[in-house]
Design a protein around this ligand. Structure first.
Ligand code: ADP
Ligand code: MG
Length: 242
């Protein structure tokens, strides 16, 4: 293993194949996707609609399994984990955000952010640490610029505010990798840029590794590096060269 943490891959995929079955027809989506993400990097994955971006991200987040190929996270294979292993991974090490936020409508902003900690711990375990978790949730909501919306319900928030809440919720368990599927896809341009700025800052200031899927080239350009998905394979290019 490399001794230089800058170049240590935190996440890599090896020859990933995935197809979906539509009736009798098999629809190939990934045809040998290889990529590697270094610790502390912010990478965007771009490709046309239907090119398999979400499929790839879901595989990396262990929400689905490849037909063949391997996925390595911190040197360990994660494509063949048990359900319990996948839960631990997503509860502690990998944060996920999506285009449509997926907040719980009956919970306030701060309760939504705390929800993963309630799920992770027993009632007693959560109760015993609730002050610490609330402090962490407030700090995160401050980081994403939502200190003034702690007790609002999702329906009282704008799209950008809902995505900020979802980002804080993804970070409450202090993950080392954030996977984002079209995080600005449902937002107007300016609000999308603001969300990109939040993600950029999390990467710059906390060295959080981020993999962000987007169909929007100007959002993708905000990352350190862009990976293009074409016909189920990746084409890599440096931002500077683009
Ligand atoms: P993207 O995120 O790049 O728009 P997706 O990964 O969502 O692309 O989808 C890639 C292709 O796989 C599309 O043709 C889509 O219709 C198909 N697909 C995605 N999910 C499923 C599924 N659960 N069942 C069948 N086909 C699917
Ligand atoms: Mg998608």
């Amino acid at each position: 293993m490399s001794t230089n943490p800058t170049f240590a891959p935190i996440l890599s995929t090896v020859d990933l194949h995935k197809c979906y079955r539509k009736g009798a027809i098999e629809v190939p989506v990934l045809n040998g996707a290889n990529l590697s993400v270094s610790e502390g990097e912010m990478v965007s994955i771009i490709g046309q609609s239907g090119s398999g971006k979400s499929t790839l991200l879901h595989l990396m987040g262990t929400l689905d399994q490849p037909d063949s190929g391997e996925i390595h996270f911190q040197g360990n294979r994660i494509d063949n984990l048990t359900a319990a292993g996948r839960d631990v991974l997503r509860n502690r090490y990998i944060g996920l955000i999506f285009q449509f936020y997926h907040l719980l409508p009956e919970l306030t902003t701060i309760e939504n952010v705390l929800a993963p900690m309630m799920i992770r711990h027993s009632v007693w375990g959560y109760w015993a640490n609730r002050r610490k978790y609330r402090e962490r949730a407030k700090e995160l909501l401050e980081t994403v610029g939502l200190s003034h919306r702690l007790n609002h319900k999702p329906r009282e928030l704008s799209g950008g505010e809902m995505q900020r809440t979802a980002i804080a919720r993804a970070l409450i368990s202090e993950p080392i990798l954030l996977l984002a599927d079209e995080p600005t896809g449902n937002l107007d341009r300016q609000t999308g840029e603001e969300i990109l700025t939040v993600l950029r800052r999390l990467n710059d200031e906390r060295q959080l590794t981020i993999v962000m899927v987007t169909h929007d080239p100007s959002i993708a350009a905000g990352a350190d590096r862009t990976i293009q998905l074409v016909e189920g394979r990746v084409k890599t290019s440096n931002q500077a060269a683009a």
